[in-house]
Design a protein around this ligand. Structure first.
Ligand SMILES: [Zn+2]
Ligand SMILES: [Zn+2]
Length: 415
């Protein structure tokens, strides 16, 4: 019996992997240009890290984590998100002693046992940034700007909209939660099962629920209960975005799924389906919660799989084809060709050569199957006259050139 891949995993290859590579290079480029430093944290951590930070009452912790005992009887969890691990690393490595703010970015796989649907996997990939050490709204703007520039470079920014909200601080949120509990008290029995659990454990998540819409029409929203401080911060954020010409809308329904957020939260969602592709916000309490000194922090995380799907749908150009395939008639020709091949590679071309000792015609067929732009033929005649025969596979044009990398480079450019 053949072993097949696990449900919710995928093999990323060929054309699709080109999208991923392009995406990853844009992330790196933009983060570098903003002076963020990459951090690579472990794929697995102590389970407690996630139950304490992401929150006991969240779907992630209650239903979706890949948790197991290792051979040393430790409870281990495959990371379901990055922020907890990055904060753990921040505390453990004493990064607070570095010049503040500390600006980090990451990208890599995360694991959640989720219901399967298009563009959603159990092993999926996220990228994001975290900024430690600034309580200013300017740090929120910095992180939104990074997200915006990445989406712009990928050519999908115009397909998305930025939605922002404030979910208040510890103080105003406590008051709001009281109000919300009071409002829902005589309604909760008629609401969905998930909401009944949320009512006890994580009441703000009720706002996220797609059911019980009737109840929600009149429901008090956190944005209307902000304290003076939070109100001021939220206004500053909005003015900042306006000053930078970044369009946004306020969406009072954004509360984010994780426990550790406070104040500014945001999401990027597709304009047509209103499907969230990523988001983030401030999490001023988390560093402290995980044993560090009190440190304001803000950041975002994007699901990469859904964005790649968007890039594919848009047909983003990821032109990646071999420039030259070398056809060598025999061993001697192969070694001669490989000298030339080396030089052309150093000049930046993508080159390939037959390594199966196949016949001339099968080599030719292979070259056209892999979509090479040119073939360079090196046979007995060519070796004798110190030349090469070049064929443009797009046009069929064929000509000869000196056995010289610079001459070949020039002649394929003019074709
Ligand atoms: Zn507040
Ligand atoms: Zn519900």
């Amino acid at each position: 019996m053949n072993i097949t891949k696990q449900k919710g995993t995928k093999d990323i290859m060929f054309k699709e992997v080109n999208y991923w590579q392009k995406f990853e290079s844009v992330i790196k480029e933009v983060c570098d240009s903003h002076n963020f430093s990459e951090i690579r944290v472990p794929t697995f951590e102590a389970t407690e890290l996630f139950s304490r930070s992401v929150g006991d009452g969240t779907d992630i912790v209650t239903k979706e984590m890949y948790t197991f005992k290792d051979r040393g009887d430790r409870s281990i969890t495959l990371r379901p998100e990055f922020t907890a691990g990055v904060v753990r690393a921040y505390v453990e490595n004493g990064l607070s002693s570095r010049p503040s703010p500390v600006k980090l970015w990451y990208a890599g796989p995360v694991f959640r046992y989720e219901k399967m649907q298009k563009g959603r996997y159990r092993e999926f990939r996220q990228f994001g940034v975290e900024i430690f050490g600034s309580s200013s709204y300017l740090a929120d703007i910095e992180s939104i700007t990074v997200a915006k520039e990445i989406l712009e470079k990928l050519g999908i920014y115009d397909d998305l909209k930025l939605k922002i909200n404030s979910i208040g601080c510890k103080e105003c949120r406590a008051k709001y939660i009281e109000t919300l509990r009071e409002y829902l008290k005589d309604k909760i029995d008629n609401m969905c099962d998930d909401c009944k659990v949320r009512y006890e454990k994580n009441i703000m998540r009720i706002i996220d629920c797609k059911e019980d819409l009737e109840v929600k029409k009149e429901m008090p929203m956190i944005t209307d209960y902000l304290c003076e401080d939070c109100k001021k911060d939220f206004e500053n954020l909005q003015n900042g975005l306006k000053n930078l010409g970044i369009e946004y809308e306020i969406d009072k329904k954004i509360v984010r799924g994780l426990d550790y957020y406070n104040k500014a939260v945001f999401e990027f969602a597709s304009k047509d389906l209103d499907l969230s592709v990523g988001g983030g916000g401030r999490y001023d309490l988390l560093v402290d919660m995980l044993g560090g000194a009190k440190t304001p922090a803000t950041g975002f995380a994007f699901g990469m799989d859904r964005i790649v799907l968007l890039l594919e749908e848009k047909g983003m150009s990821i032109d990646k084809r071999p420039d030259i395939f070398f056809i060598a008639s025999n061993g001697d020709a192969y070694f001669k060709a490989s000298i030339l091949q080396n030089k052309l590679r150093k000049m930046g071309l993508i080159t390939d050569i037959d390594i199966c000792e196949r016949s001339f015609s099968s080599q030719m067929k292979y070259a056209s199957k892999i979509n090479a732009r040119f073939v360079i033929i090196i046979g007995e005649d060519e070796i004798k006259n110190n030349i090469v025969t070049i064929k443009n596979l797009d046009t069929g044009n064929q000509f000869t050139a000196d056995f010289d990398a610079s001459v070949i480079m020039k002649s394929i450019e003019i074709m």
